[in-house]
Design a protein around this ligand. Structure first.
Ligand code: MRU
Length: 346
């Protein structure tokens, strides 16, 4: 089932639970059509996450948490439903640790509940994760805007706004906060091939927010940074290893190299739910490899020979040494490394 919402103005609500039903804006249709999907169980949520109708590290965690709760609701065998839902949702995408972490939290809450209480416990936990991520977004916006108080022109990659995380997002929440404080001249948004989250989603959000922006192809960004006039690069993250290495949308690593060469900060923004102390370094992070058809086409239109062999890593890893600062809801790690990350989590 789906419902078309009025377009043009107002806050972007990527995901909402109306008390009994979960609704998600289908991000594969943006920016052309704003249409919500109703998600009725774990399989539907997992499918929406896999095809990127729901995306962004914190948002897929929250969606999966509700997905587990939905699966339990009304099931006469909640323990079996829990097993089924967690197994399916936990592996819907491999890189963002928020997904597995949220599923594990809901599972633990349901398992700890008394007989007959599992479903209510799962839903309460999903709501709690949703609230926490919403609050984290506001805190990150404030910390990041304080850190980048002197920056007037920023460059960003992929989509890290309200479509990627509850609240105002991660990196784009910082951008929005700087704009609210009257400090920003504008933003350069990389298009983020192959699925164009920058061109389709970040431009959509920046236009909604009334923030001045220009779209650039990914390959133009390093040269523009070298040319001057960009004060900082700001991106989100899908998993931060214990040593501070950062997995984020493919194309982030070249931006970090260009930022270092150009002498400007490369700032990563994400909630602490994205930090994975179980991963010692970026080398241990599983990088999702997606379907080759995504590379063979752009916005649905084929642009190479059918059957051309492709590589399609959805993420890359930026070494901690290239990350100027990690902005979280608990504050800023700078320099970024094992010690500063542990201090954040303490
Ligand atoms: O493949 P996507 O669109 O889910 O990738 C999203 C990103 O890489 C974001 O930068 C990341 O999730 C952090 S922002 C919330």
């Amino acid at each position: 089932m789906s419902a078309t919402r009025p377009s043009g103005t107002g806050a972007v609500i990527a995901l909402r639970f109306d008390g009994s039903r979960l609704w998600a804006l289908d991000q594969t249709l943006l920016p052309w059509r704003e249409q919500e999907l109703e998600l009725r169980g774990a399989s539907e949520v997992a499918a929406a996450i896999k095809r990127l109708a729901i995306r962004g590290a914190p948002l897929i965690g929250v969606a999966a948490a509700y997905g587990v709760a939905l699966e339990l609701a009304g099931d006469p065998q909640p323990r079996a439903a829990l097993e089924r839902a967690c197994a399916e949702l936990r592996v819907a995408r491999p890189t963002a640790v928020n997904l597995a972490r949220a599923v594990d939290r809901v599972r633990a809450a349901a398992e700890a509940a008394g007989v007959g209480e599992e479903s209510a416990a799962a839903l309460a936990q999903a709501r709690e994760i949703h609230c926490e991520e919403t609050a984290a977004s506001e805190a990150m916006a404030a910390h990041g805007a304080d850190l980048l108080a002197g920056a007037r022109t920023l460059l960003t990659h992929c989509n890290t706004g309200a479509l990627a995380a509850p609240g105002r997002g991660t990196a784009l929440a910082v951008v929005a906060e700087l704009a609210d404080r009257g400090r920003l001249d504008g933003v350069l948004a990389c298009e983020a091939r192959p699925l164009l989250q920058g061109a389709r989603l970040t431009v959509f959000e920046l236009a909604r927010l009334g923030i001045a922006h220009e779209l650039v192809v990914d390959a133009a960004a390093p040269g523009l940074i070298a040319g001057g006039g960009i004060d900082a690069v700001i991106v989100g993250c899908d998993r931060v290893a214990a040593n501070g290495d950062v997995a984020n949308k493919v194309g982030s690593y070249p931006l970090a190299l260009a930022a270092r060469a150009g002498g400007i900060p490369f700032v990563v923004t994400g909630p602490t739910s994205t930090i994975d102390l179980g991963c010692g370094s970026g080398a241990e992070i599983t990088i999702e490899e997606r379907d080759a058809d995504e590379v063979r086409s752009a916005a649905g239109a084929p642009h190479t020979l059918p059957g051309t062999r492709c590589r399609n890593p959805a993420f890359d890893v930026t070494p901690a040494a290239l990350v100027t600062a990690l902005v979280t809801e608990r504050g800023v790690a700078q320099p970024v490394g094992a010690e500063s990350i542990l201090a954040l989590l303490r």
